[in-house]
Design a protein around this ligand. Sequence first.
Ligand code: PMP
Length: 352
Amino acid sequence: MSRFWSPIVHSLIPYVAGEQPAISDIVKLNTNENPYGPSPHALEAISRAVNDTLRLYPDPTAQGLRAAIAASHGLDKSEIFIGNGSDEVLAHTFQALLNHEEPLLFPDITYSFYPTYCRLYGISFREVPLDAEMRVRVDDYRQPCGAIILPNPNAPTGIGLPLSEIEALVREHPDQVVVIDEAYVDFGGDSAIPLVRKYPNLLVVQTFSKSRGLAGLRVGFAVGQRPLIEALERVKDSFNSYPIDRLTLAGAIAAWEDRDWFERQRALVIASRERLAVGLKELGFNVLPSSANFVFARHPDRPGADLAAELRNRRILVRRFAAPRISDFLRITIGTDAECDRLLAVLGEILG
Ligand code: PMP
């Protein structure tokens, strides 16, 4: 605590990101990165962009990248907003669209950055409990609120909602913004982007960090009708005019356009996920049905904290959250099949 702090700083509870270890000979399954990395075309485009033009500021409005994303959805580039990771897109969304008199609704078990943003921006919120199967029940959101935000698939459970339920939620709240955070949607979920034209209250957020293998580049985007996007632009241009640098713009466009790479590696991740889920069940784990690039699993006989610590001792990193109802679960990122096999072998040893 410091007497130099602005008053709000005393009440912040910052988000705690998963560990990025300095050591390299570790099986890293803790932060939902993509084991196959970015498209080689993205790397080439970034290399080509390393030149004298770096003395110039980048395009503050990211026109090229917005056009590429818009074109593949039959939208206009003015309906796309780009940010420095979807975390930045979400931060601007909370400030620009989710701060109302009535509370913002989101699940009690979800992306733990949401309550952090609420505290940063002074947004009142109400957490809506997941049901006994750890599912989001759209019916439970039928209550007075200022806005709604949900990841689909949810994190850290990995459970996805069908598009029909997302549409019902959006349709039933015509006077509230409904944000669908689709960080993991490319691994088996149904994207709500096709609904954007129909619903002025829907904002869909996606990222290049997972299915494009570019967590290190920091690119995310939102898709929505003009009034929502304009709100994000107003906040962004009151904060940082140039959040996306020249190398990132070049790499992200090339990554977006390499459809083959995208399809191939996400199919590999999905296949490894199904294999890993079977292996974990054989070891006695309860594994939630995942549509993401991770699984959420608990062993009935062993506390999650013990398992995570024993894995760490054997140089395997997974994520665990010390929150009620989920403290015995491990969130395990889908690695290569070799990494998943190593995890299963080590868990076999630990469980005896
Ligand atoms: N939304 C969800 C649900 C996430 O799990 C993450 C990853 N931590 C993000 C958004 C943010 O990802 P990024 O900032 O890398 O785009």
